[in-house]
Design a protein. Sequence first.
Length: 204
Amino acid sequence: MKKILLIVNLIVGLFFVGCTNVDTVMNKISSGVEAGIDNVIGMVEKLKGDTPASIKLPVPSGKNFAFEGYKLEIKYIEKTGLETSLVGKVQNKTNSSLVVVTTFPIYDLNGKIVSYGYFRNDVNGNTIKQLHGNYSQYSLKKDLRIIPEKVMTRVYSNDKLIATTHKIQSPKTAKQNRVNQVKQEKVENNNSQIQQRQTRQSVK
């Protein structure tokens, strides 16, 4: 389980520093867990520069609007943590106002969600809006992670959802997924305890 988490963190770290070459990513992952640890720690050092690291975000598809330069910018501030800002533009091609909502979960190193980021931008009809948003409700610590694929963007018109980057789960499906996750964690915990007992017995 720890190896999986470290690999996930390595992938996220590579996103932060702008690595887009799939072969390079896979080579770094296959080179071992120790290399993954070094890269994740090194990520923080690279974020201390004057230029923020950026993550290109997926955009919802639709004929009534268009996104440009849509991304998160991340910078490490000494004694504060990671600061996250939303940048980009959206063109509203309709006469009605649109609302662009950007949300993202914040994970700890154990894969648990510890907080959420939330940005809202109102776009008037037939205009181009400069998107903005700063995640300042909580200071992000160095041992927390944002996963780009989990950043969700939704577009509303007249309080109705017209586009989204992610499929919206029904409350019933979301509840079942949480139940399945708890069951899986129990199985992993039981397997770990069995392995520990077997190890102690073999030592004896």
